[in-house]
Design a protein around this ligand. Structure first.
Ligand SMILES: Nc1ncnc2c1ncn2[C@@H]1O[C@H](COP(=O)(O)OP(=O)(O)OP(=O)(O)O)[C@@H](O)[C@H]1O
Length: 220
């Protein structure tokens, strides 16, 4: 279980999260909805251990992240993958698509062969893999980002508006790929989107629930 409790985050004087909690169960798709600006992406960054909350507790399969004050170990961070809304902001523009996908493998000293397999599953040809981000479409780049997020076989995958601004067929393909990964690995998925229909379709088959951030503890 990926569990956050009593999470408080402020940006300067603006309190964005005022003591909220959420649970993502292995093998299930949990949905997270809420109006623009209510703090969904902020909560996603806390869950992915990229942002330290002012207060609150985060546990990954029972391991309390507060054990590490300054730097969360790479192995633990690798348990939770975060796929961002805007792939162009999430990648190094100097990298080829193969480098983008292989980056976590190289950092972990794993063979990069797995990157090519994941790319193939995402429908990325070897010709596309040699291109840089400015030479591919948003959909092709997001496919590479989804492949990258799965390289280290995370226990949890957080999709933050992953398919916003992509066409319906790319959206369907990305969701189907993540569903295949969930079913094969037993990973838990947190789906964040404004698209209520997509949330219902995505969470339904796994029996997962949909949480509304605006209905959780109000920000002070
Ligand atoms: N790094 C930051 N510095 C200052 N304010 C920020 C920062 N990141 C987010 N905010 C503010 O915090 C609030 C919550 O932002 P967040 O992106 O978490 O909301 P959201 O629910 O994901 O929004 P959306 O649905 O539009 O993506 C917003 O008012 C935003 O302007």
């Amino acid at each position: 279980m990926l569990r956050a409790e009593g999470v408080v985050v402020s940006y300067g004087r603006q309190r964005v999260l005022g003591g909220v909690g959420i649970e993502v169960s292995p093998g299930q798709v949990t949905g997270l909805a809420g109006p623009s600006g209510c703090g969904k992406s902020t909560l996603a960054r806390v869950l992915a251990m990229l942002l330290k909350p002012a207060a609150g507790r985060l546990t990954v399969d029972g391991v309390d992240v507060r054990r590490w004050r300054h730097r969360v170990p790479r192995e633990l961070r690798g348990q939770v993958a975060l796929i961002f809304q805007q792939p162009r902001l999430a990648v190094d523009p100097r990298f080829t698509l193969l480098d983008v996908i292989a980056e976590p493998l190289r950092a972990a000293h794993w063979s990069i062969e797995h990157a090519r397999e994941l790319a193939e599953e995402m429908g990325l040809t070897s010709e596309l893999l040699s291109r840089r981000p400015h030479e591919v479409s948003d959909g092709q780049l997001q496919r590479a980002c989804v492949a990258r997020s799965l390289t280290l076989r995370p226990r949890y995958v957080i999709c933050d508006e992953m398919t916003t601004m992509l066409d319906a067929s790319t959206q369907a393909h990305l969701v189907a790929r993540l569903e295949a990964y969930r079913l094969e690995s037993g990973a838990g998925v947190l789906a964040i989107t404004h698209d209520d229909e997509l949330l219902i379709r995505w969470t339904g088959p796994s029996g997962g629930s949909i949480r509304h951030l605006s209905e959780m503890a109000p920000a002070a």
